[in-house]
Write a protein that binds this ligand. Structure first.
Ligand code: SF4
Length: 352
C-alpha cells in the first residue's frame, strides 16, 4: 500500500474503503512510520501543530447498576473502586480551576450510572453555569443516556459538548454489555445532535474485537458525523470481567489511531484511556496522528503526570490549543503565560 497516496486521496475529500481500512490495521511493522507520516499530513492540514488538552473529573464514582464489562464502576466488577455520589459544586469548580491551570481546552464532567437523576442534572447544570461565568473553558458532560429535554437543559446551561461513546461495533455490543443496547447509545447521540450540541463519541479497542469490528466502529462514527472521537485502549483492570485481556501492542495502537484519522480526517481524534499503558515509549508518535489527549488522571486509573505530558508536547513541538479568553483569565488568576509551556503549573495540578 502506498500510504501517501492514500492520505492524498483523503485530503482531496475522498473516503477510504473498508478494504483499505483493514490494510491500515494490518500495516507491516516496517511501513508503520510511513503510514504515520501520511496521517501527519492529514492531521497538519486540519489541525496544524495544535493539540487539545482535556481534563476529566470523575464527578460521581461507582454505584452503577449497569454491567459494562470493561468498567471498574459496574456492579459486576469487584475492583474496590472508590464510590461516592455527585461531588459538590465547590469540587466541580475547583476541578475547572485546575483544568485552566494545565491549559486544558475542555473540562469533562463525568458521572457513573445509566442516566442522570433529576437532582444530578440540576446540580450539574448549576455548576456548569457558574463555571462558564468564571472560566473560559469548554465544558463536555458525560452523564449517560439522555433524552431531548435533558440535552436542551444542558445546552441552555452552557454545556458545549456531550460525550456518549459507542464503545464497540453494533454486532459486538451485546458481548460487552447486556443492560443497555447499541441503539440506546446511538439514540442519545442523535438527541445530542438534534439539540445542537457538539457530539463526542468514540470507542474502546482491545476488548477482543476483530479488525472488521474496529472498522465497523470507525465507520459508524463517521456516518454519525461525530465531532470529537476519543480512542480508548482497554486497561484490563483486575476485578472487571475483561481483566487479563491484554494483547494490544504499541504498533497496533498506532495503526488504530491512523485508521481513526484517515476515516475521520477533520475531526478531533483523542488518544484517551490506556495511552500510557499501551503506547508506552511510542506515545509521542501518537501525537502526529491524533490532535487531542487527556491530561491528568482518567476516571479510575492514573494518567501520566501533567509535567511529563507537557514535556512531551514541548519536545515534539505541539502547542496546546487554548480556549478563547484563556489569556485574559490567566492574567486575572496569575497563571503563567502561554509560551513556553510551564512545567511548574502542570505539576501543581496533580494535587486534586
Ligand atoms: S460505563 Fe458507565 S454505564 Fe457502564 S458500568 Fe461504567 S459507569 Fe455504568
Amino acid at each position: 500500500m502506498l500510504w501517501h497516496q492514500l492520505s492524498e486521496r483523503v485530503l482531496q475529500g475522498k473516503q477510504i474503503s473498508r478494504e483499505e481500512a483493514l490494510q491500515v490495521l494490518a500495516v507491516p511493522q516496517e511501513e508503520l512510520l510511513e503510514l504515520i507520516a501520511a496521517c501527519y499530513r492529514v492531521r497538519r492540514h486540519y489541525h496544524g501543530q495544535k493539540i487539545k488538552l482535556n481534563m476529566l473529573i470523575n464527578a460521581k464514582s461507582g454505584l452503577c447498576a449497569e454491567d459494562c464489562s470493561y468498567c471498574s464502576q459496574s456492579i459486576v466488577s469487584k475492583t474496590g473502586v472508590e464510590r461516592y455520589p455527585l461531588q459538590s459544586r465547590e469540587v466541580l469548580l475547583e476541578g475547572a480551576r485546575q483544568a485552566l491551570e494545565v491549559k486544558a481546552h475542555t473540562y469533562c464532567i463525568v458521572i457513573s450510572g445509566r442516566r442522570p437523576t433529576e437532582r444530578e442534572l440540576k446540580a450539574v447544570t448549576e455548576a456548569v453555569r457558574e463555571i462558564k461565568e468564571k472560566f473560559p473553558l469548554r465544558i463536555c458532560c458525560c452523564l449517560g443516556l439522555l433524552n431531548d429535554e435533558e440535552v436542551k437543559r444542558l445546552r441552555d446551561a452552557g454545556v458545549d459538548r456531550i460525550n456518549h461513546n459507542l464503545n464497540t461495533s453494533e454486532d459486538r455490543y451485546g458481548d460487552v454489555c447486556s443492560t443497555h443496547t447499541f441503539q440506546d447509545r446511538t439514540e442519545t447521540i442523535e438527541a445530542v445532535k438534534r439539540g445542537g450540541i457538539s457530539s463526542c463519541s468514540g470507542g474502546i479497542v482491545g476488548m477482543g474485537e476483530s479488525d472488521e469490528q474496529i472498522v465497523d466502529l470507525v465507520f459508524s462514527l463517521r456516518d454519525m458525523d461525530i465531532d470529537s472521537i476519543p480512542v480508548n485502549f482497554l486497561i484490563p483492570i483486575p476485578g472487571t470481567p475483561l481483566a487479563g485481556i491484554e494483547y494490544l501492542t504499541p504498533q497496533k495502537c498506532l495503526a488504530i489511531l491512523c485508521l481513526f484519522r484517515l476515516v475521520n480526517p477533520s475531526k478531533e481524534i483523542r488518544i484517551a484511556g490506556g495511552r500510557e499503558f499501551h503506547l508506552r515509549s511510542l506515545q509521542p508518535l501518537g501525537l502526529y496522528v491524533a490532535d487531542s489527549i487527556f491530561i491528568g488522571d482518567y476516571l479510575t486509573t492514573r494518567g501520566e503526570v501533567p509535567e511529563a505530558d507537557m514535556q512531551m508536547l514541548q519536545d515534539t513541538g505541539f502547542v496546546p490549543s487554548l480556549p478563547p479568553g484563556w489569556e485574559a483569565k490567566s492574567r486575572e488568576q496569575e497563571l503563567p503565560p502561554e509560551q513556553p509551556v510551564s512545567l511548574a503549573s502542570a505539576t501543581e495540578s496533580r494535587d486534586r
